[in-house]
Design a protein around this ligand. Structure first.
Ligand code: FAD
Length: 321
């Protein structure tokens, strides 16, 4: 049966995040020849609607209001529910991002429906679409099938391949007006830390440093390698606790969960709390001077050596490619 799918597009600093395009591809998988409708919420989002269509959405809906300039769960849930009430979707897809993790349970409770969070794969099964998600900090996977009501899920960034961008795709863009009221939080100003380069949660390559990096300066060779590979720098909690880098770089159980194509762990021992955040990376390379380090148990390639010798050599080699 053809299904109507609502996909929430997510913007950061005015640009659509890649996970929005992955969510469209996920929506296509479950639409069964139905339509995928992109939803964009903010104070000025019209310009991004056509990009969602270029990545495969059949049409787009915008909800614009000055009070939606910054994300708040109250404001965005009122805006999204206005679209739901007009469209009556069969399926809803969000990214499993900070925003998606905050907003999705609120919408699910308003719709009195279930929610499958952090989906990494979607396949057709005998009883309907099968949604796979990691459990027990990534040590096992469970498969879920929804048999009744709205199918609502969030997708983990970097797991579902987006469709190729095609600027010749066209589709209708309409506006839905929502009455945004009684906001309990009003964001007056956002002060951001200067972020360097690629967004960690969406990076295809991550070069991560641990306590073995020994100082803030010790991260410099890792940054150079990440730059050459077009990747981002991450860290263990050990490195963050030692003040070598900011906590926004922390990967693991109490940090970010990442699934890049390539994860290079430098001077990281491989504690289970760290591995909970990176063990599903597609290829893991570990550099550690201790041949017994636990990180080698999950690594596809292990280099036993001093990271301050190995990392610059890798950078030089990759520069030649
Ligand atoms: P260490 O364990 O000290 O390892 C440093 C490694 O560097 C060693 O293996 C050493 O051989 C190697 N090394 C040293 N010098 C060099 C060199 N020159 N060249 C190459 N290798 C070198 N941790 C996280 O990372 N993320 C989390 O989200 C997280 N959440 C936690 C939640 C809880 C509730 C708890 C209790 C802990 C959590 N931790 C988390 C901490 C975790 O248990 C570890 O303490 C931490 O991951 C260790 O960081 P590390 O591997 O950088 O340091």
């Amino acid at each position: 049966m053809a299904k109507k799918v609502l996909v929430l597009g997510e913007l950061r600093d005015g640009s659509l995040r890649n996970v929005s395009f992955e969510a469209i591809a996920a929506g296509k998988k479950v639409a069964e020849s139905g339509e995928v409708v992109a939803v964009l919420i903010g104070d000025s989002v019209k310009d991004s609607a056509s990009e969602m269509i270029h990545y495969g959405a059949d049409r787009a809906i915008t909800v614009e209001d000055e009070q939606l300039k910054h994300y708040t769960s109250d404001g965005f849930s009122q805006a999204f529910m206005a679209v739901v009430n007009e469209e009556n979707p069969d399926v809803i897809v969000f990214g499993h991002t900070s925003l998606g993790k905050d907003l999705s349970p609120k919408i699910a409770s308003k719709l009195n429906t279930g929610l499958i969070s952090d989906v990494t794969a979607i396949e057709e099964g005998n009883d309907g679409m099968v949604f796979t998600r990691p459990i027990y900090s990534g040590k096992a996977f469970e498969n879920k099938v929804i048999t009744d009501g709205i199918t609502f899920f969030t997708i983990r960034p970097n797991n579902i391949e987006p469709m190729a961008k095609d600027e010749s795709r066209s589709g209708e863009v309409t506006a839905v007006s929502a009455e945004i009221k009684d906001l309990r939080t009003i964001i007056k100003e956002v002060i951001t830390k200067a972020s360097e380069g690629v967004d960690l949660s969406e990076a295809k390559v991550i070069v991560a440093g641990g306590r073995g990096v020994k100082s803030a300066e010790g991260f410099e060779p890792l940054k150079e390698l990440a730059d050459v590979l077009g990747g981002a720098v991450g860290a263990s909690r050990g490195a963050c606790d030692a003040d070598y880098c900011d906590y926004s770089l922390q990967i693991g159980q109490t940090g970010k969960v990442v699934t890049p194509d390539l994860y290079i762990a430098c001077g990281i021992s491989g504690a289970i709390q760290h591995m909970a955040g990176m063990s599903n990376s597609k290829v893991i390379v570990a550099i550690n001077k201790d041949p017994e380090a636990n990180i080698f148990n999950v690594a596809d390639y292990g280099i036993v050596g001093d990271l301050f010798e190995v990392v610059p050599l890798l950078t030089e080699e990759f520069k030649k490619m």
